[in-house]
Design a binder for this molecule. Structure first.
Ligand SMILES: Nc1ncnc2c1ncn2[C@@H]1O[C@H](COP(=O)(O)OP(=O)(O)OP(=O)(O)O)[C@@H](O)[C@H]1O
Ligand SMILES: [Mg+2]
Length: 225
């Protein structure tokens, strides 16, 4: 089993919901699982520093417990694009720092589930995007598609961009963030056009439902796409 990079068609696509589900499913396979959210904007200032809800959720579900700064080295308070948030506080996001932290986490875990920020080509500094994080970590990618009007275009653009990065798309998850009358047709079209397995169709969840019950992880290492 290899570590995974979770990206989405957009911000609010359901990356955290799916990442948490993946962590739970991987734990059920008896693995030591860690979460990582390398860059987060929209953090809350607490007495122990800036804290991001996504990173906290990943950490709560993980069974490898790590210092907060290791799993989220770049935390910004305003809920804005990461490269703008970083510029505002004169922080230079450094891919080597992210790689170093990842390698330290990887030493303690069988699998690290790394959640991106926003979509695949979100800038993180003057030169790099989220794609460069997945590339420098050399991780297989899972794409979360928020099923809504416009998502087919977003999904297919993301699939192309992931392929252009030279990374393997091991699967995608259809996430019904809101109810949509054309959901079945949209998912059928995506299945026909994305050359990677659909790992699950997550419905619009009620408080009693859990995304992990709708995702089939199987043996991801064998999913050659
Ligand atoms: N299938 C679903 N059913 C109901 N609510 C959902 C579903 N998927 C996501 N949500 C809700 O939508 C919101 C956005 O989801 P989530 O935080 O997972 O997105 P994200 O892609 O991680 O966003 P970000 O770009 O901020 O990291 C959350 O409030 C989440 O609880
Ligand atoms: Mg998130």
């Amino acid at each position: 089993m290899t570590s995974l990079f979770v990206t989405g068609t957009d911000t609010d696509a359901g990356k955290t919901v799916v990442s948490v589900a993946l962590i739970d499913l991987l734990k059920q396979q008896g693995l030591r699982v860690a979460g990582m959210k390398p860059i987060a904007s929209g953090c809350e200032l607490t007495e122990v520093g800036l804290r991001n809800d996504d990173a906290m959720q990943l950490a709560q579900h993980a069974n490898v417990h790590l210092p907060y700064d290791m799993i989220n080295p770049y935390a910004f308070q305003p809920a804005i694009a990461p490269h703008i948030a970083a510029e505002q506080v004169n922080v230079a996001i450094d891919l080597d720092v992210i790689k170093h932290n990842f390698e330290q986490i990887q030493q303690q875990a069988d699998v690290v589930v790394v959640e991106g920020a926003g979509g695949w080509l979100v800038p993180i500094n003057q030169q790099h995007t989220i794609a460069d994080i997945a590339s420098i970590l050399n991780l297989p990618v899972i794409l979360v598609v928020a099923i809504r009007l416009g998502c087919i275009n977003h999904a297919l653009l993301s699939v192309n961009a992931i392929a252009q990065s030279g990374l393997r798309l091991v699967g995608w998850v259809a996430n019904s963030v809101t109810s949509n009358n054309e959901q079945d047709e949209i998912i059928a079209t995506l299945k026909q056009r994305i050359n990677a397995p659909c790992l699950g169709i997550v419905p619009t969840l009620t408080a009693q439902q859990d995304a992990k019950d709708y995702i089939e992880l199987g043996d991801l290492s064998s999913k050659n796409c």
